[in-house]
Design a protein around this ligand. Sequence first.
Ligand SMILES: Cc1cc2nc3c(=O)[nH]c(=O)nc-3n(C[C@H](O)[C@H](O)[C@H](O)COP(=O)(O)O)c2cc1C
Length: 392
Amino acid sequence: MLRPLNVADYRELARRRLPRGVFEYVDRGTEDEVGLRALRTALDAVRFAPRVLRDVSALDLSTEVFGRRQPLPVIAAPTAMAGLLWHDGEVQLARAARDAGIPFCISTQSTTSIEDIAAGAPGAELWFQLYVWQNRTLTGELLARVRAAGASTLVLTVDTPASPKKEWNVRNGFGVPIAPSLRGGIDVALHPRWLLRVLLRRALASGLPTYAHYPEAFKTRITRAAAAPDLRLAANVTWDELRALRRQWPGRLVLKGILRADDAQQALDCGADGIVVSSHGGRNLDGAPAPIDVLPAIADRVGTKITVLADSGVRRGSDIAKYLARGARAVMLGRALLYGTAVAGTAGASDVLAILRDELERTLAFVGQPCAAALSAADLGDPPGVSSSRGG
Ligand SMILES: Cc1cc2nc3c(=O)[nH]c(=O)nc-3n(C[C@H](O)[C@H](O)[C@H](O)COP(=O)(O)O)c2cc1C
C-alpha cells in the first residue's frame, strides 16, 4: 500500500505492524461480535436526503462543546493502553488532538499519566475518563490528582459494570493485563520492529508499560496476571454515587455509555453536563443497540438541556455527519485514531483526522448543508418519527 487513503487502509497497516494480540485488543468486539457488526450495519443504513443548488462553497465544520468552539466536531475517545501502539502513544495522540483543536480524553487505564500527557502535549484540552475502583478512597485520590493536573471535563464511564468476554484475547495469549504465554511470545517475536520501537524503547525509558494512574503502592506491571481487588472496576456504582460525585467534582461531568432516554433523563436530573451515547465500540455488551439507532429518542428527550455526544463505529466523515444529523453535538473517535497512531504516532493520528475532515466536507457539500452544526433530521432520509433535536 503506497499511501493510506482512508481509515480502513490505516487499519490494515496497523494490523501488519502490531503483534496480533495487540491489534485484536484494539480492533475486536466481544463474544460473537454481533454488536460490533451492528454498528456498521446501522450506520450504513442511514441515508441522506441531499438538497441541490445550495451554495456550499464555504463550509463550516466547527461546533461548540461546553462553551468552547472547536474546528472539527470530534473528540479523541478515551482508550486504554494507547501506549502499546507507538512509543509514547498517548502523548502522540494528545498532540494530534491538540493540533486539530479538539479535546483529548485520557483513559483511567492509559499507560501514560495525566501529568506526563499534560507535559508532553502542552496546550492540549484534556478530559479524563474515570472508572470507579472498588476502593473509593483510592478513586477519590485519583480524582484529586486529575483535578490538580487541570482536566476540564470528567467522563464517567457507566457501561462497564462487568468484564466483557473477549474469547479471542484468551486464544491469542495476549489478555489484559498481559499474561505471559508461548503464543504471545511468538507473536511478539514475529514483530521485531514493534518489539524494538515500542516495547523495548518504553522498557528502557521507564520500565514495562503499566496502568499509569494506579497508585504506586498497587502498581502492577501490565504483565502481572490481575489487578489488585481494590483496583477492580466497581460493579455497584449507582445514581446515588453519581449525585455524590457531582458534588465532589467541580468541573464538567459527562456520562459515557448511555443508550436509553430514561437514563439520559436521570443523568440530567443528577446534574450531569453531558452524555455520550455509546456502545463502547461494540466492546462490552454484545447485544447492545447501535448508538446511531437510539440517539434520536435520547436527543429528543435531553438534547436541548445537556450536551449530547455519541460514538462507536465511526470510520468515515459521513459517519460523523450521520451522528450529528441524528442529534449529537460532537462525536468521539476510538479505533480510527488508534489505527493512525499505530502506523505513525502523531503524524498518523493527524492524517486520520485530516482524512475524516476531508470526507466530512465532501459529505456536507453533497448533502447541500454547508454547516456541520446545522445538520439535522431534515438532512436525512429517515422515515417520519425518527427525529432529533440538538442544544445544550
Ligand atoms: C483499545 C480501546 C480501548 C478503550 N478503552 C476505553 C477506556 O479505557 N475507557 C472507556 O470509557 N472507553 C474505552 N474504549 C471505548 C472508546 O472510548 C469508544 O467508546 C469506542 O472506541 C468508540 O468506538 P470506535 O472505536 O468504533 O470509534 C476503548 C476503545 C478501544 C478501541
